[in-house]
Design a protein around this ligand. Structure first.
Ligand code: ATP
Ligand code: IP8
Length: 267
């Protein structure tokens, strides 16, 4: 089998496709619009990953899944968390497929295992074959088995960095509900400045400045995202963070057009 190489890995944030203040609150209009933008961009060799938003995060938090298996009562929580992610994924797949995109859903909990929260074994032969045939794989943050913890939560952000390196992607496009990376959370600090260009060094410095999210986000919010992106950027992969709630920004980023947001380069 020839080793596929992708152009772009696109992460659609849970903050875009769900209302993170609610629970199981899907934004179906947003999901449809983004599916349309993906279809319109006709991007070859694209992998899409979506986040958990108000589907995965509240359940994962309720049952303390990220910290691993501690008691029997968490198991039903693991099932529920994975299940609600398949429901959200179903909505994303519905929109993509009915827009004529040859998308194929790949379930992380069925093909990968982590060790202490980090991806260890990924049975990626089907994913690579799908890519070789011109399909667009769609993955998501999920509840997964872990060799040390029993189980844990895998973030979509870890997946995009891993896949970008494994599939030698040129860039990662991350769609969130704010205009990019700011000096501090723009939702709580209206004077915060947008950081339009960042290097790995800047990212590392930001890691110490940004605080942990206060919401139900179990995978670390913007700080978690930045931490996960460092290895990919270090290998020369460009990261573009855009506001995917604004129409056409995902489309423009996929086309490689200049787009407002944060661009992160190696140096
Ligand atoms: P999910 O994990 O559900 O997929 P997501 O990837 O869309 O969600 P979050 O993890 O919620 O996104 O991170 C985006 C949020 O991070 C924004 O809504 C913003 O309020 C918050 N945030 C915190 N600090 C910053 C910062 N310095 N710059 C930009 N956003 C920040
Ligand atoms: O939203 C987490 O993925 P993320 C998924 O990309 C779950 O961090 C199940 C909470």
């Amino acid at each position: 089998m020839s080793e596929p190489r992708v152009d772009t890995i696109l992460k659609i944030g849970g903050s875009v496709i769900t209302d993170k203040k609610g629970e199981l609150a899907a934004k179906t209009d947003e999901i449809n619009r983004i599916a349309e933008e993906i279809q319109k961009a006709h991007t070859q060799d694209l992998v899409v990953v979506h986040g958990g938003g108000s589907f995965g995060h509240p359940y994962a938090q309720r049952y303390g899944l990220k910290e691993g298996f501690k008691e029997e009562s968490q198991k039903v929580g693991f099932s529920e968390t994975h299940h609600v992610m398949t429901v959200l994924n179903g909505l994303v797949m519905d929109a993509l497929v009915w827009h004529g995109v040859q998308a194929i859903s790949i379930t992380p909990s069925s093909c990968l295992i982590t060790e202490s929260g980090r991806i260890k074994d990924f049975a990626d032969v089907p994913l690579k074959r799908y890519l070789n045939m011109g399909f667009m794989p769609v993955l998501y943050g999920d509840a997964v088995l872990d060799t040390k913890l029993g189980f844990t939560i895998l973030s979509g952000d870890q997946l995009i960095s891993y896949l970008a390196l494994e599939l030698r992607a040129k860039r990662i496009v991350v769609g969130v509900d704010v205009d990019g990376v700011y000096e501090s959370d723009p939702k709580t600090d209206s004077n915060s400045k947008l950081l339009k260009n960042l290097t790995v060094q800047d990212l590392k410095e930001l890691q110490t400045k940004l605080g942990k999210p206060t919401s139900t986000d179990v995978t670390g919010g913007m700080l978690g995202k930045i931490t996960e992106l460092v290895p990919a950027v270090e290998q020369g992969i460009t990261v573009i963070i855009v506001n995917a709630t604004k129409p056409n920004l995902v489309y423009k980023a996929l086309k490689g057009d200049p787009v407002e947001g944060t661009i992160i380069r190696k140096g």
